[in-house]
Ligand binder design. Structure first.
Ligand SMILES: Cc1cc2nc3c(=O)[nH]c(=O)nc-3n(C[C@H](O)[C@H](O)[C@H](O)COP(=O)(O)O)c2cc1C
Length: 220
């Protein structure tokens, strides 16, 4: 075999090796891209499949008509915020809009976890007894109601003390989307409303919703 022929064979082998490496690289890149695209579509399809399941939960929210829209109603606001004069209290003020009410600030009371004694629970409960209109307001803490409210609720025992009162709920936080907090708080409050025979009239998160709720509260 002469030198020229040997060189030609070496060139062909090198060319074929290079071609092979190129083909593998293109194939691999294409494969990764298409697997990226498929995971994106899985994400969007899982989002799409989670939306319908979120929608019925919202659609399933049902509220009662208020039964106490008159001027002589006894109105109470249970404030489950650490701030007596914060955003929760401010929305409650807007909800009553000039009507008289008593504000109970849970931050003023020491209510232990259930099983750790009664603490001030009865002092708070006694102020709710006989109310016609109860507004419960909670800031959103970690996408849920505040611990003040949950601890208070965990201490309640089923009785007729609040029977037939109208219940309004304020759930407000810093984020625009409060779907999780509102869904979970609605679920808890709906159960409470049923067990205590309350009329669960509505939930407000924003000023606009609170204005609408006020109209409901005064029977309009
Ligand atoms: C412990 C803690 C947790 C919070 N977590 C959330 C949250 O998960 N989502 C949200 O939107 N805001 C959250 N916030 C913000 C409050 O909900 C918000 O500032 C609210 O307006 C406070 O109400 P207030 O003025 O009645 O205290 C949190 C605040 C605190 C103190």
């Amino acid at each position: 075999m002469n030198t020229a022929l040997k060189k030609a064979i070496v060139y062909i082998v090198v060319f074929l090796l290079g071609l092979g490496i190129g083909v593998v690289a293109i194939w691999d890149f294409g494969g990764r891209s298409s697997s990226g695209a498929s995971s994106a579509s899985q994400t969007s399809s899982s989002t799409a499949s989670s939306s319908p399941s979120a929608a019925p939960a919202q659609a399933a929210r049902a509220f009662d008509k208020p039964q106490h829209t008159g001027n002589d109603s006894k109105r109470v606001f249970l404030n489950a915020s650490k701030n007596k004069d914060g955003n929760t209290a401010s929305l409650a003020k807007q909800l009553f809009d000039g009507q008289s009410y008593r504000q109970i600030d849970l931050v003023d009371y020491h209510i232990p976890q259930t099983g750790q004694g009664e603490g001030d629970f009865a002092k708070v409960w006694d102020q709710l007894k006989g109310a016609d209109v109860i507004v419960i307001g909670t800031p959103v803490y970690w996408s849920n109601m505040s611990g003040y409210l949950k601890t208070f609720i965990d201490n309640v025992e089923i009785n007729d003390d609040l029977k037939a009162a109208d219940l309004y709920l304020i759930v407000q936080g810093a984020d625009a989307d409060q779907t999780n907090a509102i869904n979970s708080t609605y679920g808890t409050m709906n159960r409470i409303a049923k067990r205590f025979s309350l009329n669960f009239v509505g939930i407000g998160q924003t000023s606009d919703q609170i204005k609408q709720l006020h109209q409901t509260m005064i029977g309009k």
